[in-house]
Design a protein around this ligand. Structure first.
Ligand code: 5GP
Length: 235
């Protein structure tokens, strides 16, 4: 009877989602949480005012600029950035505790935040979400009716800059249809979980070695294939 099962890594993955405002990242995150197992979402802190219907502790932790700056001083953010004139940051403790439990963490962050994550967490995966057309993006931004004209035009003016960073991302999802976009997100996460470097093979290696090595004549013990680089994520 087998005593060791091959499992995916005991550490969770960081899954960064970026894309222009209005592209539907929020909905993609919500659908992703409903349909993908072992994932959670990191709620960011922000100094922006809540929109109609947004709730503190659910959509964001809405905090003052002073509070935000103190948290930067205390190194409480895994990354932070000023986006469209407000500050946004990813709380470090929650993300680290989830990753340690083997739960993948979705982050909805801007392109600069994504760049800092890439520097700090070499095996984070990043996904850029695109609209099917420019008109569709404009309709969604205007249609959600939550922002003033000045806010909308400020956000539109950043679209080209954001899109220029696509080459640094691992994947692109075109959000023409939310069900299909969610399936693509699930497929990306599933494929990443199956990567050899994320698989936890050493228990099986040890067992194979004990049972098969004498007769098999292997010159290199399988257990010596352990690569320290593929160990826990150091944030
Ligand atoms: P919104 O104000 O529309 O909710 O978000 C504006 C932008 O801020 C979006 O592009 C979103 O991805 C980004 N954002 C939200 N939370 C964070 C965060 O914690 N860090 C960074 N760097 N960007 C964030």
């Amino acid at each position: 009877m087998a005593t060791h099962k091959v499992s995916s890594s005991t550490y969770g993955m960081l899954v960064v989602l970026s894309g222009p405002s209005g592209v539907g990242k929020n909905t993609l995150v919500k659908k992703g949480l409903e349909t993908i197992d072992r994932v959670t979402y990191s709620i960011s802190a922000t100094t922006r005012q809540p929109r109609n219907g947004e709730k503190d502790g659910i959509d964001y932790f809405f905090i003052s600029k002073e509070d935000f700056k103190e948290r930067i001083q205390r190194d409480e953010f895994l990354e932070w950035a000023e986006v469209y004139g407000n500050f946004y940051g990813t709380p470090r403790t929650y993300v680290e505790s989830m990753l340690k439990k083997g739960i993948d963490v979705l982050l909805d962050i801007d392109t600069r935040g994504a760049a800092s994550i890439r520097k700090k967490v070499s095996n984070a995966i990043s996904v850029f979400v695109l609209p099917p057309t420019a008109d569709e993006l404009m309709n969604r931004l205007i249609g959600r009716g939550t922002d003033s004209k000045a806010v909308i035009s400020n956000r539109m003016s950043h679209v080209i800059d954001e899109i220029k960073s696509i080459p640094y991302y691992d994947y692109v999802i075109v959000n023409a249809d939310i069900t299909e976009a969610t399936e693509h997100l699930k497929a990306i996460i599933t494929a990443e979980r199956c990567k050899v470097e994320r698989a936890n093979l050493f228990g099986l290696f040890n067992e194979l070695e004990q049972k098969f090595m004498n007769g098999g004549g292997l010159s290199v013990p399988l257990s010596s294939m352990k690569d320290e680089k593929k160990g826990p994520i150091i944030l």
